[in-house]
Design a binder for this molecule. Structure first.
Ligand code: FMN
Length: 349
């Protein structure tokens, strides 16, 4: 059997295979005020049934003023726990483990959601603008993340993933381009990581030892060397896994990807980070075939592969590649129709 279908642990959590569903927001599926709707439950049940060992549920916002859209799932109040627990249950029912990604968009929050956008520092670039949080405000948002994790635990999730990638609030602290603070939350790398470090420590004090705390991070924050240093520090503060994507910017790393390497620079960045840490590393981005996935796992280049759009196009993608059956290929629409409405995906019409 391919090593892709062997189990692997994240701390004590045994995951039946090496394939992960990465977080993918479905703004059009959620109920009013960001409550989990029946449509979300059916969607995750179908994906869990499709065979991934680990499902990472989409970016779920810790504060209503940090949402990307009014249709984003929320977790800022205990009232969200009951519906969120249904997502955890349907994934467990199909023998998948399930982690909830928790998120705040910071300066990327649209003005239609909040007229008072916050970030690590003042920021104005024409399209986006935000004001720097005071230290007190920053502590409130840290508490929002910690309470969100506690709610995810109460809802029956196996863990949470901090969204420390794609330009959102955590990256606005990591990035020296954005973070111009002169207090202990800005300046050197240790200070720029402090916002997230304290959140991680706060979560650890509240939840059971077995509860997984992972992070999605960039391999280009702002270069691979700094990202490797960040990865080592995350491991040192007790982060359980690293899910490597892009950071504040989408600018490629300068390291050359070898010609024989069958994936892109983001996956290559994950491989380079894996060489420097002992906690599990998940690679993601553009992995669409079992050959690519097998190359990464068979050669021990990473511990898990996350496969997103290919699983959206074919909910049974994992079972299909396991049984060596044909898959329904993602048509790679630009932009992906799921950003607007999953029902518009040409594979679901
Ligand atoms: C419609 C859509 C929604 C996404 N939502 C999230 C999200 O909630 N959180 C996140 O970290 N990444 C999000 N992503 C990025 C994916 O997790 C993944 O990194 C990206 O799709 C690349 O992987 P793939 O080539 O396997 O699809 C989203 C991507 C798409 C296409």
């Amino acid at each position: 059997m391919s090593k892709l279908f062997t189990s692997q642990k994240i701390k004590h959590l045994e995951i039946k295979n090496r394939i992960v569903l990465p977080p993918i927001v479905c703004f059009s599926f959620a109920g009013e005020s960001g409550f989990v709707a029946e449509k979300n439950i059916k969607h995750y049940e179908a994906l869990a049934k499709g065979g991934s060992g680990l499902i990472i549920v989409e970016a779920t916002c810790v504060n209503p003023n940090g949402r990307l859209s009014e249709g984003q799932l929320g977790i800022w109040d205990d009232r969200y726990i009951e519906r969120l627990s249904k997502l955890a249950q349907v994934c467990h029912k199909h023998n998948a483990k399930v982690i909830l990604q928790i998120h705040h968009a910071g300066l990327k929050t649209p003005k239609a959601v909040s007229g008072d956008t916050i970030s690590s520092s003042d920021y104005h670039d024409g399209k986006l603008s935000a004001r720097a949080m005071s230290r007190d405000e920053l502590h409130v948002i840290q508490r929002d993340f910690i309470e969100a994790a506690l709610r995810a635990w109460k809802a029956g999730f196996d863990g949470i993933e901090l969204h420390g990638a794609h330009g959102y609030l955590m990256t606005q602290f990591f990035s020296s381009k954005i973070n111009k603070r002169t207090d202990e939350y800005g300046g050197n790398l240790e200070n720029r990581l402090r916002f997230t470090t304290e959140i991680t420590q706060g979560i650890r004090q509240k939840v059971n030892e077995d509860f997984i705390v992972g992070i999605r991070m960039g391999c280009n924050e702002s270069d691979l060397k700094t990202s490797i240093e960040m990865a080592k520090r995350f491991e040192a503060i007790g982060i359980d896994y690293l899910h490597v994507s892009t950071g504040f910017d989408n600018i490629p790393i300068t390291e050359e990807v070898p010609e024989a390497f069958p994936c892109n620079w983001i996956v290559y960045g994950a491989v380079k980070i894996k060489e420097q840490v002992t906690i599990p590393v998940i690679a993601v981005n553009g992995i669409k075939t079992s050959q690519q996935a097998q190359y990464l796992i068979e050669n021990n280049l990473v511990d898990f592969v996350a496969i997103g759009r290919a699983q959206l196009a074919d909910y049974n993608f994992v079972n299909h590649i396991k049984e060596e059956n044909a898959v329904v290929r993602c048509l790679a629409c630009k932009p992906c129709k799921w950003f607007i409405n999953g029902d518009y995906c040409p594979r679901h019409i």
